[in-house]
Design a protein around this ligand. Structure first.
Ligand code: THU
Length: 129
């Protein structure tokens, strides 16, 4: 059972640590790992705009730093608590860490957000050619 309220609160708390002087959009992400752990991240911008790290990047790093496992559910919010859609790149990151069944923002899944995703299985079939 996913405690969506808890995930949202943790994501809002993470957003308070965002470094977003260029866009002004402070983003927090919180994820539930398959062992019950909650992992979090915030966005970190850069004067070279394209180098910006999304909140989900920090979340994925936190997942691995604190023991690995798989993501079961994820929430992404702005500092004021509004749900945000994960960007395209981060959908791919969530696919890698959680697979198609990972729930996102309570109402959707990675399967819906990134249909027909390229993933680890595609690399496997290449090596077997
Ligand atoms: N951002 C995220 O942190 N996650 C997303 O999925 C969408 C965008 C951040 C990146 C940038 O710092 C700001 O939001 C505006 O694009």
């Amino acid at each position: 059972m996913v405690d969506w309220h808890e995930l949202r609160e943790r994501a809002i708390a993470a957003a308070a640590h965002a470094y977003a002087p260029y866009s002004g959009l402070f983003v927090g992400a919180a994820g539930l790992a398959d062992d019950g752990r909650i992992v979090v991240g915030c966005n970190v911008e850069n004067a070279s705009y394209g180098l910006t790290l999304c909140a989900e990047c920090g979340l994925i790093s936190d997942l691995h730093r604190t023991g690995g496992g798989r993501l079961v559910a994820v929430v992404v919010v702005s500092r004021d608590g509004n749900l945000l859609n994960p960007c395209g790149r981060c959908r791919q990151l969530l696919y890698e860490a959680g697979g198609v069944g990972c729930a996102v923002n309570e109402t959707t899944t990675v399967a819906e957000l990134l249909p027909g995703a390229f993933g680890p299985d595609d690399l496997q079939s290449k090596s077997e050619r």
